[in-house]
Ligand binder design. Structure first.
Ligand SMILES: Cc1cc2nc3c(=O)[nH]c(=O)nc-3n(C[C@H](O)[C@H](O)[C@H](O)COP(=O)(O)OP(=O)(O)OC[C@H]3O[C@@H](n4cnc5c(N)ncnc54)[C@H](O)[C@@H]3O)c2cc1C
Length: 306
């Protein structure tokens, strides 16, 4: 059975979805935001954010998420905890299928974000036993221990620096011979005595019975393999779009990121996309909130012209 006919439904309460919700609530649209977990998205696992304007001293991911949620709800946004399982976008009125019911809406914003990419080294087996994607959540378990961090982008370098607050040593394994991260992060990482860089290398496995005891590293130039004695392995080698429920109903790029025009409209009229799940050159909080604002305003114009 389908319930209320909304003007707009937003999927995902990360920065993109919360911003879209804030704009839609202020426009007095009949809007509902669906979030499968806790509002905040990936910023909940971010220790400290210093590149989002308006917070000169920086702000914790948790505080920023809470401020965004409170602001949107105070302006009238309704947030419901529910996971979207599939979409039916073939008619003008779109159907969003949840576990126990479906919801009808004139327009839709997909802001379901992204999840960390795995290396295929036993992440499921060792999750909670030494492998992690979240330094904010797990770094305190590695106080005075040795950890390996994998990746060379902003997230990997920023989180490796954070790990040094707890771990006595952090090996940063990167498959190239230079980092991709912002120069300011590189300067901090190179100046940090606790970080040792392992260049031109990939992590090929982990060892240990109850937890991690060693991380297998292979140099891709020399093919030399070695085991680093370590208690943990933190992986930041990119992200994958959260689009399981989309299943071909809108056009995506080869990696599954949703394609959109400058109005954030997808290949289906009335269906918009915002944030990390979009095919975009930069995946940050600042870009996610910008996408969310555009998508909400364009959804409003779309339903006005229906
Ligand atoms: C460790 C780390 C550090 C970072 N540091 C920074 C930084 O310092 N500065 C910066 O600008 N950016 C940073 N980022 C990137 C930033 O967090 C993301 O760009 C931003 O969160 C993207 O927002 P979003 O709303 O598009 O998606 P997300 O934050 O991924 O939120 C998507 C939401 O959708 C929900 N969802 C997914 N599928 C469904 C479904 N089927 N049904 C219902 N809900 C669903 C998810 O539960 C989630 O809450 C960092 C990211 C990480 C992982």
């Amino acid at each position: 059975m389908a319930d209320t006919n909304y003007d707009l439904v937003i999927i995902g309460a990360g920065p993109a979805g919360l911003t879209a919700g804030l704009y839609a609530a202020r426009a007095r649209m009949n809007v509902l935001l669906l979030e499968k977990s806790v509002p905040g998205g990936q910023i909940l696992v971010t220790d400290w954010i210093e590149n989002y304007p308006g917070f000169p001293e920086g702000i914790s991911g948790y505080d920023l998420a809470e401020k965004m949620r409170i602001q949107a709800q105070d302006l009238g946004l309704k947030i419901e905890t529910a996971q979207v399982h599939s979409l039916n976008l073939s008619a003008d009125i779109k159907e969003i299928v949840l576990k126990d019911r479906s919801i009808r809406t004139k327009s839709l914003i997909i802001a379901s974000g992204a999840s960390p990419k795995k290396l295929g080294i036993g992440e499921d087996k060792y999750m909670g036993k030494g492998i992690s994607f979240c330094a904010t959540c797990d770094a305190p378990f590695f106080r005075d221990k040795i950890v390996v961090a994998v990746g060379g982008g902003d997230t990997a370098v920023q989180e490796a620096i954070f790990l040094t607050k707890f771990a006595k040593k952090v090996y940063l394994v990167h498959r190239r011979d230079e980092l991709r991260a912002a120069k300011i992060l590189q300067e901090r990482a190179f100046a940090n005595d606790k970080i040792e860089f392992i260049w031109d290398s990939v992590v090929t496995g982990v060892e240990g019975f109850f937890g991690i005891e060693g991380v297998l590293v292979k140099n891709i130039k020399t093919n030399e393999e070695k085991t680093i004695k370590a208690d943990g392995c933190f992986i930041w080698v990119g992200i994958l779009p959260n689009t399981e429920f989309v299943k071909g109903s809108v056009k995506t790029d080869e990696f599954g990121f949703i394609l959109a025009d400058a109005k954030m409209q997808t290949s289906v009229p009335g269906v918009y996309v915002a944030g990390d799940v979009r095919d975009t050159p930069l995946r940050q909080i600042a870009t996610a909130v910008g996408d969310g604002a555009i998508a909400a305003v364009c959804a409003e114009h779309y339903i006005e012209n229906l």
